[in-house]
Design a protein around this ligand. Structure first.
Ligand SMILES: Cc1cc2nc3c(=O)[nH]c(=O)nc-3n(C[C@H](O)[C@H](O)[C@H](O)COP(=O)(O)OP(=O)(O)OC[C@H]3O[C@@H](n4cnc5c(N)ncnc54)[C@H](O)[C@@H]3O)c2cc1C
Length: 301
């Protein structure tokens, strides 16, 4: 198969790029293995005109919209390899598809590292979160826990205070510096240093934290600050430069990486991690790719 662009990843960034490329009459193969980052969440918040739609519904509508363009092919598969080849890129997928693409757009996203807490899986995305911009607003008037080891939980707790008045900091059996304790006191935030035994709540709604000490804490939500990593190593294999956070470095005007012809959109660059930004970066990368083709064909400067 020979295409103008292979888009790797079919979250908001990849689908947005495929939409604009399809509307630019470019031949596109979009491959996605459907592990979108927010799939555990029931609602997307903060997306203009689409607030509170479920991620599954959003993606289903987006796929249908993109698939309506005759030059775009969507495949549910993982891209396993991309190699530079004679000014283009050879690719291979887990379902056996192989081919050549003139340009590559990586929209492969990130994977979150969840805290190791018993009971977290059933609550994650519903009442246990990592992003205040996504979910902080919903907790006005409720009690929220800021979870993080060492000073991380304390830093998060102080920030949450802007969104929610009733915040408790849990350091899960780890020590917190004197400086952080002072800051917590200044902001009237309670610190619980006991090790957490489990999280509990019906139907995904956190209701109580149980400590190993035997005591408990009633609360409605928990925000954590751990880390995340790239969901794909294709950019490493291609030699794209990364920043100190592990984000793939891109040109802010074009989304092109340090490897000419390879573009990145969405969370993989670790800029602002929101659906709206992923959609925007996908569109921006697609326009830059189309302009590069127009220049190649002598149709623009
Ligand atoms: C629990 C949770 C809740 C969130 N809530 C919100 C919210 O309310 N509002 C908001 O704006 N943002 C929210 N976010 C952030 C939002 O999910 C991301 O910013 C957004 O999904 C980024 O889009 P993306 O297209 O870059 O990546 P993703 O949506 O993660 O999509 C990447 C896709 O690429 C695929 N992929 C990766 N490697 C390969 C490969 N080699 N081959 C084929 N496919 C591949 C993955 O399987 C995945 O389907 C939330 C995040 C989480 C974790």
């Amino acid at each position: 198969m020979v295409v103008d662009v292979i888009v790797v990843g079919g979250g908001p960034a990849g689908l947005s790029a495929a939409l604009i490329l399809g509307r630019s009459r470019r031949n596109v193969l979009l491959c996605d293995d459907r592990q979108q980052r927010n799939s555990a969440s029931p609602e997307i918040h903060g997306l203009l005109g689409s607030n509170a739609r479920s991620p599954a519904q959003f993606l289903q509508n987006a796929r249908e919209e993109v698939a309506g363009h005759e030059t775009v092919l969507l495949r549910r598969t993982r891209v396993t390899k991309i190699d530079p080849s004679d000014g283009a890129f050879k690719f291979a997928c887990a379902d056996g598809t192989t081919g050549i693409a003139a340009k590559v757009l990586l929209a492969t996203g990130l994977i979150d590292e969840l805290p190791e807490l018993a009971g977290i899986e059933a609550l994650y995305g519903i009442s246990v979160h990592h992003c205040l911009y996504c979910d902080g607003y919903e907790y006005t008037g409720k009690r929220v826990v800021a979870y993080g080891k060492g000073d991380k939980g304390a830093d998060l707790a102080v920030m949450i205070k802007h969104w929610v008045k009733d915040v408790v900091c849990c350091s899960d059996g780890t020590e917190v510096s004197e400086q952080a304790v002072t800051r917590l006191r200044q902001h009237e935030i309670t610190l619980r240093k006991e090790r957490i035994q489990s999280l509990e709540g019906p139907g995904g709604a956190l209701a109580r934290i149980h400590f190993e000490s035997g005591s408990g804490l009633a609360c409605s939500g928990l925000f954590f600050s751990t880390g995340c990593r790239q969901a794909s190593d294709l950019s490493t294999h291609l030699g794209c430069k990364r920043d100190e956070k592990g984000g793939i470095i891109t040109d802010p005007a074009t989304e092109e990486t340090s490897v000419p012809g390879v573009y990145v959109a969405g969370d993989a660059s670790r800029d602002v991690l929101l659906v709206a930004v992923a959609v925007g970066e996908g569109a921006k990368g697609a326009v830059a790719i189309n302009k590069a083709f127009l220049r190649r064909d002598g149709l623009c400067d």
